[in-house]
Ligand binder design. Structure first.
Ligand code: ARG
Length: 456
């Protein structure tokens, strides 16, 4: 029997019931629904809206239902309209008349809003812990490889020498901002909508501060229309999660490249790699590829939420039932990705010799060669041109700047002397870049320490 039975003379059409129902995806909020109901029952009891003894009986009944769902004694009816209806129905079955008093001064509109907020608050804390875990892994690895020279790239062309630690810390910084964004989403989720009713609060003498306190909300939604019909906290979370996925996806792309024989900068642990069904030699970075691929789902979830919400007049409309699958999927996906990604990074074998070899080719110290001439008084443009000519000569002779004899240098520009070899040694190139944010080993180690401190 439906909640609205009084007004209707027929049951809802069976297939339409399936279409209308949200139980398949909102039943995961059973705990939050019950917590919200317990707080509501306590508040209406305290405010004298229902009898104190009935309030106590309802709370006991709800606790029993929670325990029975948790233990598997009670299964959630897949034909129920939604989790709110199911739990209220179950309560009424257990308590009779008293159960029917729970919904006094409440609507499913403020009920569903409080459920999602309670659910997402917990999940945001879980997500933050997972992001912190990844940042910690990155900082520790960055300290370990603070002086592992590798080529830095622009346009995927070898550009200037950096260290592997510096490269990893770039991702740590991105994830640090991701943490901030999650924090911000948390803050906006932490507002209590109960008491907003269907849209315009209620004439009962409710006290919303009681429910806010019981449920651990920092704030109370200040406008009832807004409280029941805003889902910007879902969009904000999906947007923060989308940005996390952009970061994980870029990182994954690099891992995939680094695992190739063309780079071989890292080797993933067997526990985080897969083989081929036909090619016996293959070891594939499937986990990184899947993370890269799953970013598409999360962006899709964000797009779903934005599109669902963009054209609906205030206040609640059933369109909003579409919020849950999208935001839950975004949360589930990012959690799953981080669960696999973090240990994959933690256990990967770094191959600094190969990075060093790649850094030795590609003239990534050419800028330093030009800077050497500038420090000796040449204008940068002249120094740039002389170095360019040297690079062309090296390519012609199939050699490197390090190996080119000093006479050849002097033939192109007589400002050069033996000191150039020290100036272009890769270690000096890296460690000379000590400006704030630079790749010098001391900087990287200090940055990793600073970030570790910031998240602990
Ligand atoms: N299942 C609904 C949802 O997720 C609950 C709220 C129903 N409210 C209503 N007025 N039909 O949005």
């Amino acid at each position: 029997m439906k909640l609205w039975a009084g007004r209707f003379s027929k049951e809802i059409d069976k297939k339409t019931n399936d279409f209308n129902s949200s139980i398949s995806f909102d039943s995961r909020m059973y705990r939050e629904d019950i917590e919200g109901s317990i707080a509501h029952a306590e508040m209406i009891g305290e405010c004298g809206i229902i009898d104190k003894s009935e309030s106590a009986a309802i709370i006991e009944g709800l606790k029993g239902i929670l325990a029975d769902i948790d233990s598997g004694k009670l299964t959630i009816d897949p034909n129920a309209e939604d989790i709110h209806t199911f739990i209220e129905g179950e309560l009424t079955q257990r308590l009779g008349q008293t159960g029917k008093r729970l919904h006094t001064a409440r609507s499913r509109n403020d009920q569903v809003a409080v459920d999602i907020r309670l659910y997402l608050k917990k999940e945001i804390l879980n997500l933050k812990a997972q992001v912190k875990e990844l940042i910690t892994v990155l900082c520790n690895k960055a300290k370990q490889y603070a002086d592992a020279v590798m080529p830095g790239y622009t346009h995927l062309q070898r550009a200037q020498p950096i260290t592997f630690g510096h490269h990893l810390m770039a991702y740590a910084e991105m994830l640090l901002r991701d943490l901030d964004r999650l924090e911000c989403a948390y803050k906006h989720t932490d507002s209590m909508p109960l008491g907003c009713g269907a849209l315009a609060t209620t004439t009962y003498p409710i006290d919303r501060t009681i429910t806010a306190r019981l449920l651990g909300f920092e704030n109370i939604c200040q406008n009832s229309l807004d409280g029941v019909s805003d889902r910007d906290f879902c969009m904000e979370l999906a947007s923060a999660l989308s940005i996390i996925m952009v970061h994980l996806s870029r990182f994954s792309e690099e891992i995939i490249m680094w695992c190739s024989w063309e780079f071989k900068f890292v080797e993933l642990d067997d526990a985080f790699s897969t083989g081929s069904s036909i090619m016996p030699q293959k070891k594939n970075p499937d986990i990184a590829e899947l993370v890269r691929g799953k970013s598409g789902r999360v962006f899709g979830d964000l797009m779903t939420l934005l599109t669902v919400m963009k054209g609906i007049a205030l206040a609640y409309n059933k369109d909003m039932q579409e919020d849950k699958e999208a935001v839950f999927d975004a949360v589930d996906t990012v959690k799953m990705c981080l669960t696999a990604f973090t240990p994959m990074i933690d256990t990967m074998r770094v191959l600094p010799e190969n990075m060093r070899k790649a850094a030795a080719n590609g003239f990534i110290n050419a800028t330093d060669c030009a800077d050497y001439l500038v420090k000796k008084g040449l204008p940068f443009r002249d120094a740039y041109k002389a170095t360019g000519t040297l690079v062309a000569l090296c390519i012609e002779k199939n050699t490197t700047l390090e190996e080119l004899p000093i006479d050849e240098y002097k033939k192109i520009c007589d400002t050069f002397d033996e000191g150039v070899y020290e100036a272009i040694s890769l270690e000096n190139c890296v460690n000379g870049r000590r400006a704030l944010g630079g790749p010098a080993s001391v900087n990287v180690a200090a940055q990793a320490e600073r970030v570790l401190k910031a998240i602990n």
